[in-house]
Design a protein around this ligand. Structure first.
Ligand SMILES: [Fe+2]
Length: 258
């Protein structure tokens, strides 16, 4: 099975490149299942139900989110009902939505998708290591293919989670930092991993934001309203191949210009 993971979709430029390129990529790469991280789809922070529906219509089988999940108030009731859009499993207990979903691939094979937040620098209420084992066990009861979007800031934590899950899941894909790392690999136990899948959006920017605005906020410490940048738009992500047993056989970075 070929699995495409599309990295963090940032603002209108990110959503557009997904709509323009994802259907063709699905055909060209014979993709059986596609996960899109959509947590920056709404102007760079959060997602709306309308945008989630557009990403699904463009070819996402499942959408994962991250630390900006609650930026748009209308997303709560939507997540409570959604069966293909998930938020991190380790947000505050009682939050609407869920962090694990099982969705059939093109050929009907069940694929479990799990979304988790890192703890370092993100003020996450529950540490990922506290819940990940139970979640993986739950996922494996319904699916051999298990994909983890680990949305985290620190490289060390992302590598540690990938190593911890090696042999128990198909892939651990790092998201959130928006800079694709050069460590796409299959770990010894058969788990594909990359520390960060990159960003689907404008790369002539500071991780998606107009550079001047991001620099002004950092230099002055004053509030500056961020806008998504526009230049050098790319679809980035990772292509993972795996067998019926869910073990990954390859893991390659994807980088496509708009
Ligand atoms: Fe994030």
């Amino acid at each position: 099975m070929n699995i495409l993971f599309v990295a963090d979709v940032f603002g209108v430029p990110g959503r557009r490149v997904v709509e323009d390129r994802l259907p063709g990529l699905r055909d060209d790469l014979s993709i059986d299942f596609c996960v899109v991280n959509g947590e920056n789809a709404a102007d760079g922070a959060g997602i709306t139900p309308r945008l989630a529906e557009r990403l699904l219509a463009a070819g996402a089988d499942a959408i994962t989110l991250g630390n900006h999940v609650w930026r748009r108030s209308e997303i709560g009731p939507y997540l409570a009902e959604a069966d293909r859009v998930i938020r991190p499993a380790n947000v505050a207990s009682g939050s609407p939505g869920r962090g694990l979903v099982v969705v059939p691939a093109a050929d009907g094979t069940p694929v479990a998708v799990l979304n988790l937040l890192g703890q370092l620098f993100l003020n996450t209420p529950v540490g990922p290591f506290e819940i990940v084992d139970d979640l993986v066990e739950e996922a494996r009861r319904s699916a051999q293919v298990v994909l983890v979007d680990f949305h985290a800031e620190a490289t060390s934590e992302k590598v540690a989670v990938a190593r911890w899950l090696d042999g128990r899941v198909t892939a651990v894909i790092g998201t959130h930092t928006h800079i694709q790392t050069s460590d796409a690999r299959v770990l010894p136990g058969g788990t594909a991993a990359i520390t960060d899948a990159g960003m689907t959006g404008p790369h002539d920017s500071v991780i998606g934001v107009e550079a001047d605005l991001a620099i002004r906020r950092m230099r002055t410490g004053m509030p500056v309203r961020f806008r998504p940048a526009e230049g050098d738009v790319r679809l980035e992500g990772v292509l993972v191949a795996c067998g019926e047993d869910g073990r990954a056989t390859s893991c390659e970075p994807v980088r496509v210009s708009a």
